[in-house]
Design a protein around this ligand. Structure first.
Ligand code: PNS
Length: 169
């Protein structure tokens, strides 16, 4: 068999991108020839960052990584993976709490397409407690998220907080 270049898809909401995501994407980029960071469209009715902003942020963070691509998708993930002619989904596994949800998704995706394999990677232990949901909560309440998200995300979160404060006053 020929040895086609291996493309992996790293799907998610990335609202916002955290350093845990960055860690997993970097690991994926080392393991595969190319990795597509695929942002799900319309996942949440009211995301903090628009899809355009999330694309922009992830592209900026990975501007020096030529084998990292950023894209968006709608509908079934396995159909997107097939359209991209890939057969690997990369997901991060932080702790036992992630396991059940991730296993359900991986097995559902396998049910939908036997061709697609999910590869789990563990982020650096310093990010095991970091989630987009907690980042949004802490940042909205004025807590520091420094070191847990890329600097660009930190500054965008700060801008959001300033805008929300001036809206309230
Ligand atoms: O960052 P998230 O929110 O944990 O990512 C979840 C995501 C985008 C990977 C998942 O919701 C997804 O793949 N959605 C696409 C719809 C789909 O294919 N659903 C069935 C597979 S379980």
């Amino acid at each position: 068999m020929s040895n086609p270049s291996r493309l992996a898809v790293c799907p998610g909401s990335f609202d916002p991108l955290t350093n845990g995501h960055v860690d997993i994407i970097q690991r994926g980029a080392r393991l595969f020839d190319r990795i597509v960071v695929a942002i799900l469209l319309n996942a949440e009715k009211r995301p903090l960052f628009s899809v355009e902003e999330r694309v922009d942020i992830i592209r900026s963070v990975f501007k020096d990584a030529p084998n990292v691509e950023v894209d968006t998708f709608d509908g079934l993930l396995v159909e997107y993976v097939a359209r991209r002619q890939a057969n690997v989904i990369v997901r991060g596994l932080r702790a036992l709490a992630d396991f059940e949800y991730e296993m359900q998704m991986a097995l559902m995706n396998r049910h939908l397409s036997a061709e697609v394999e999910t590869v789990f990677m563990m982020p650096s232990e310093k990010y095991t407690y970091v989630s987009s949901r907690l980042i949004k909560e802490v940042a909205a309440l004025g807590g520091s998220v420094s070191g847990l998200v890329p600097a660009l995300v930190e500054s965008r979160l700060a801008t959001r907080r300033t805008a929300a404060k001036s809206y309230r006053t």
